[in-house]
Design a protein around this ligand. Structure first.
Ligand code: MG
Length: 373
């Protein structure tokens, strides 16, 4: 029989939750199958630098970490809710409270579980991603294989990750670029009136290739055209989401006039967006949190390939749980921007390593993440 409860367990056995309350969603027991348990807790990721993009500025990012236990196997998941997609810790919590964990009794049924999660409510992609990631972690641990093997990919083929430089004053930008000296490719956030100043500050320190993300910041197609043409003179490999996702006609107009690849991020929220996005963009940014998990991300990757599109694996600000889940599928893609866990200084987990941009997966079963002790 299912017992739903909402418990405050501060100081409980979960080591990394010492300063954070642990909310238990509930637990059920069933004969012969053993006990299942699903717990989640909020954790505030602290950024090393204030992180500014065109629409927001943050010093910390609240995520919801979760733990699923069945057959003596403990699996982890993470939701990094993003206001751009109408999510916050309270919406993740509200979603988790609607989950009937009896529906998770066979984690191998990923398709059924994803359908079930979608039947609870639309959207809520980070909450759904947390559950789907945990199901994958459990499957890998049950089978005794790392997830990259479950996905049939070569772990040596993880693309070199960019390191992200948020919007800032020129002197801070220069300092951040110097700190990122070991990363061979940088991702530069723009989309406010000081774009040119930012790129010039970067270029005063380094000549390495840049990828630029405007996060929907440019509102007119003429402005976007002018800025992309200028960026083309600055050794920039591609431009991500130059204009609002809703302005796809303007993006198509731009696409006909610039050589620089245009990558969709905010414009691609699900598999169902790909057909239209393919008419205006050269590639997509697949984020496990935005798409709703690994199952859906892999489907989107294959759908994008069918449209001959380039693919980047990207991220939100996430702990090593979320980042490592994305690293596991990254060999399927062309580029990675999986630095969310190296931008923070209190990652409660250890998982894939980022050595100067090279993402290294371990051979532990499942996700390959463990609580940092
Ligand atoms: Mg982006």
């Amino acid at each position: 029989m299912e017992r739903r409860k909402f418990m405050y367990l501060a100081g409980a056995s979960v080591a990394m939750a010492k300063v954070n309350p642990v909310f238990s969603l509930g637990s059920i027991s069933s004969k012969g199958k053993g006990k299942m348990n699903f717990e989640y807790w909020r954790y505030d990721l602290k950024l090393k630098h204030t992180f500014t993009i065109s629409r927001s500025s943050r010093d910390s990012v609240p995520v919801m970490l979760m733990k699923f236990e069945k057959d003596g196997i403990t699996a982890y998941g993470e939701a990094s809710p993003n206001a751009r997609y109408n999510e916050a810790p309270n919406t993740v919590e509200a979603f988790f409270k609607k989950v009937d964990i009896a529906k998770l009794s066979d984690p191998f049924k990923l398709e059924d579980i994803n359908d079930y999660l979608d039947s609870i409510a639309p959207g809520n992609t980070s909450a759904k991603a947390a559950v789907d990631i945990a199901m994958h972690d459990w499957i890998g641990k049950k089978l005794g294989i790392p997830l990259y093997k479950f996905f049939g990919v070569d772990k040596s083929k993880t693309p070199i990750s960019t390191f992200t430089i948020g919007i800032d004053t020129p002197d801070v930008i220069e300092q951040k670029v110097r700190e990122a000296a070991n990363y061979p490719i940088l991702k530069i956030k723009v989309g406010l009136p000081n774009d040119e100043e930012i790129i010039k500050a970067v270029r005063s320190v380094t000549n390495k290739p840049l990828r630029v993300d405007a996060n929907e910041g440019w509102k007119s197609k003429e402005e976007a055209l002018e800025r992309i043409n200028w960026l083309a003179t600055q050794n920039v490999e591609f431009i991500e989401q130059p204009m609002p996702a809703s302005q796809i006609d303007d993006i198509r107009w731009l696409h006909e006039r610039v050589k620089m690849p245009i990558i969709a991020d905010e414009a691609i929220e699900s598999l169902y967006d790909i057909a239209e996005v393919a008419t205006a963009y050269d590639g997509i940014n697949v984020k496990v949190q935005k798409i709703g998990g690994l199952t859906k991300s892999r489907k989107l990757i294959y759908a994008a390939r069918a449209h001959k599109m380039k693919i980047m694996t990207g991220c939100m600000i996430e702990s090593s749980i979320g980042i490592t889940s994305a690293v596991q599928i990254s060999p399927l893609t062309d580029w990675t921007d999986l630095d969310g866990n190296v931008l923070i200084n209190n990652d409660p987990f250890v998982g894939a390593e980022n050595i100067d941009g090279k993402l290294l997966l371990n051979d532990e079963p499942g996700l390959g993440v463990l609580p940092r002790s």
